[in-house]
Design a protein around this ligand. Structure first.
Ligand SMILES: [Zn+2]
Length: 367
């Protein structure tokens, strides 16, 4: 029996991950101040465990980068410390039936704790490749100040990036792109008792939405996604009962497929609603990592799980923009962004072991 599989080692490692994850949850990482405190804590923890850590601050939020090993490839482990808001009691972590409960346990402080413990173990025996751990503060609000800054402005990339989002130990290789638009639909005001004299901008806007939903791009699919999605998020229009509204603004959140062109989608929308003004509110690139990529194939070999596509967006998009193969890969659990969030303790340990095997065998040729 190797030391890695001995029950004593497994328990010590699981205990270290759980106690660290509990500590991270208790920081209540929902404000800049709390997140920065948590980042400082992680910096100290990693330094105490023998790692070289660099700290960055951008837009009032701190990120850290810890690195070890030498040679190629460069494996990036990317974790976010911020969590979505929750009631105060959800920030009191507890363990029950092999599960660690608490806000952020599954998304993704359990992954972060596993990555940190992994780094501390690798520090005692550095691998034949470089491993770069990045802990960032703002994935839940778009990631521009954390991963976005580190990747775009500082050029801190690598050969493969693993973001520890909750994936139940499966590997997300695709993620939809984001195209959020506003559409200002003009109408013609008239007295509410004689609507036939005006043109109701709200009714016109609803016809617009139907026209957009029937565009060709919305009927397309990929092996991972049956179609893109359209969410009519906001309708802003109208003032009083007795007036026909003369302007209506639609806010539409489009999640398009990897391989689709957002400029072409925008052009098709503008063509479908020529009288209205279409503006882009936010754009985020899709992720389209190839399952044939050698590092991704290796990770799957060690994980033994399946590939899938994520509907939502994550920090993987910043790496994908730079042409770096990026995947979401994290432990098992449930209820992220909702009450009763938990991560399975065994899966955090398994997660750490998969990453460790992947990293320590990364230079070996495939069979
Ligand atoms: Zn997340």
């Amino acid at each position: 029996m190797s030391i890695l599989t001995s029950p004593h080692f497994r328990n010590a490692s699981a205990d270290a991950i759980v106690s660290l994850a509990r500590r991270l949850i208790a920081f209540q990482n929902t404000s800049a101040e709390r997140i920065n405190c948590c980042t400082d804590y992680c910096t100290d923890w990693l330094r105490q465990h023998g790692l070289a850590v660099r700290c960055y601050e951008h837009g009032g939020l701190k990120s850290l980068v810890a690195e070890l090993g030498t040679g190629d490839p460069v494996v990036v482990l990317n974790g976010h410390l911020d969590v979505v808001p929750a009631s105060p009691e959800e920030f009191i972590p507890y363990v029950e039936d092999g599960r660690l409960f608490g806000r952020g346990s599954y998304d993704m402080l359990g992954s972060v704790a596993a990555m940190m413990v992994l780094m501390s173990e690798l520090a005692t025996r550095p691998p034949d490749c470089r491993v770069v751990l990045k802990l960032v503060p703002d994935e839940e609000s778009g990631g521009e100040l954390g991963t976005g800054h580190l990747v775009r402005q500082l050029g801190l990339v690598g050969d493969v990036a693993i973001c520890g989002e909750p994936t139940n130990l499966n590997i997300a290789v695709q993620a939809k792109g984001i195209l959020q638009v506003t559409i200002d639909v003009p109408g013609l005001a008239a007295h509410g008792s004689r609507p036939w004299l005006g043109k109701n901008a709200i009714l016109e806007a609803l016809r617009h939405f139907q026209a957009i939903a029937s565009l060709r791009f919305f009927q397309e699919s990929t092996p991972f996604f049956p179609q893109p999605s359209l969410n009519l998020a906001k309708i802003q229009a109208g003032t009083v009962f007795n007036q026909v509204p003369d302007l209506c603004r639609l806010s539409i959140d489009i999640r398009y497929l990897p391989g689709q062109d957002p400029a072409a989608i925008l052009a098709a929308i503008r063509e479908a609603v020529p009288q209205s003004e279409v503006n882009v509110h936010f754009e985020g690139s899709p992720v389209n990592t190839q399952i044939s990529d050698r590092w991704v194939k290796k990770l799957r070999h060690h994980a033994g799980s399946h590939f899938f596509g994520q509907d939502g967006s994550a920090d993987t998009r910043f790496y994908a923009e730079q042409g770096i193969p990026a995947v979401e890969f994290g432990p098992s659990g449930a209820n992220h962004h909702g009450p009763g969030e938990y991560v399975l303790i065994d899966s955090m340990l398994r997660y750490k072991e998969i990453l460790k095997e992947f990293i320590t065998h990364i230079r070996e040729e495939e069979q």
